[in-house]
Design a protein around this ligand. Structure first.
Ligand code: SAM
Ligand code: SF4
Length: 331
């Protein structure tokens, strides 16, 4: 369906848990967040029902995320449930990769189409520090396991941190030279702990990569569900992408809404509140009532975020911005 600004909304990011087996510095506090009790998290049946109703409003692609989606028991089963919903064209997953090797067969057999693996550095020690204890080898095993399935689209997400050595960008981007993988550099967003970290800009990364890999070709075709801008370096199998929500705002073409693990439908990452679908469902609402509420929320999607900070304090207070961490909202 179209929202109040005429944007076609066709993509829903669904968080299946706020729990995670890592503690990335820009995403989660060191000791984790108090876990939401199990009964407050949407069941697989509730998630599938919301997806089915979403399809009737024009949602055709679903991405499962979190927290870490693979810490949720039997996640591949949910992939299958959503994939079998008539009208769902694609189910994809964003993961830190740690549990991917053990789950990839089942994910693929249940119809997952694309997997994004988040890896910010190929340096073991820096990975350990950024994730507060994560093992790079496990994440890489997950990545390799996914790459063993030629039918799967595999991408790497790297969040850019100021002060990160250029070597990190070069080594990560270099993975796309021989492997069928796209590597995307993501600008740090001022959400939750991200506010405490300065990010690096895409121009600086691009300049560094050009010096090493040569002049890239701009890729103008559509890849994936989102706003990434892609280039391809000479002789590379995969592409290099940039997602820069703050410095290169793409709100005018935004096609997505988010469903939190507790059932809040959020039309924009930066705005707090949202529509409580869990409450509606658990109070016995018919599909038509859930649909009406989803439609209203999607139609009312805000025009844009204000991550650039160009907004007065009074306006900011009125706008009711999100105060939760990325892992709680669903990244
Ligand atoms: N645990 C999974 C993972 O790490 O891929 C899925 C959830 S995580 C919140 C989804 C993505 O959001 C990851 O690529 C992560 O690096 C990114 N992310 C987290 N906080 C962010 C921030 N403040 N700005 C930009 N990206 C962020
Ligand atoms: Fe966990 Fe992903 Fe957040 Fe890292 S970015 S703490 S892996 S949810």
């Amino acid at each position: 369906m179209r929202d109040q600004y005429g944007r076609t909304i066709e993509y829903m990011r669904v968080s299946v848990t706020d729990r995670c087996n890592l503690r990335c510095v820009y995403c989660m506090p060191e000791k984790g967040v108090p876990s939401v009790p199990h009964n407050e998290i949407l069941t697989f049946d509730e998630i599938s029902r919301i997806c089915r109703i979403g399809v009737s409003l024009g949602i055709s692609r679903i991405r499962l995320t979190g927290g870490e989606p693979l810490v949720r028991k039997n996640l591949p089963e949910l992939v299958g449930m959503i994939r079998r919903t008539p009208g769902v064209e694609q189910v994809s997953l964003t993961t830190n990769g740690i549990l991917l090797k053990d789950n990839i067969n089942e994910l693929v057999s249940n119809g997952v189409k694309s997997v994004n693996v988040s890896i910010d550095t190929l340096d073991e020690q820096r990975y350990f520090e950024t994730t507060r204890g994560g093992g790079l080898a496990e994440a890489l095993k997950g990545l390799e396991a996914a790459l063993d399935f030629p039918e799967l689209t595999v991408k790497i997400n790297c969040v850019l941190l100021a002060g990160q050595p250029q070597e990190d960008w070069i080594r990560l981007a270099g993975l796309a030279k021989d492997k069928k993988v796209d590597v995307r550099f993501i600008e740090m967003m001022p959400i939750g702990f991200g506010k405490q970290y300065a990010g690096a800009g895409q121009e600086k990364v691009m300049e560094t990569l050009k010096n090493v890999f040569g002049e890239p070709k701009r890729y103008s075709g559509r890849l994936g569900n989102g706003p990434a801008v892609y280039v391809q370096f000479p002789g590379f199998r995969g592409k290099t992408g940039f997602i820069s929500a703050v410095s290169h705002q793409f709100c005018s073409t935004c096609n997505r809404v988010r469903l939190t693990s507790t059932g809040i439908l959020k039309p924009c990452l930066q705005y707090g509140g949202g529509t409580d679908l869990r409450k509606l469902i658990r109070e016995g609402a018919e599909d038509s009532e859930v649909r009406e509420n989803m439609e209203k929320a999607i139609y009312g999607k805000p025009a844009a975020h204000h991550f650039d900070g160009k907004i007065s304090a009074a306006e900011e207070e009125r706008e009711n911005f999100e105060t939760k961490d990325m892992s709680q909202i669903g990244g």
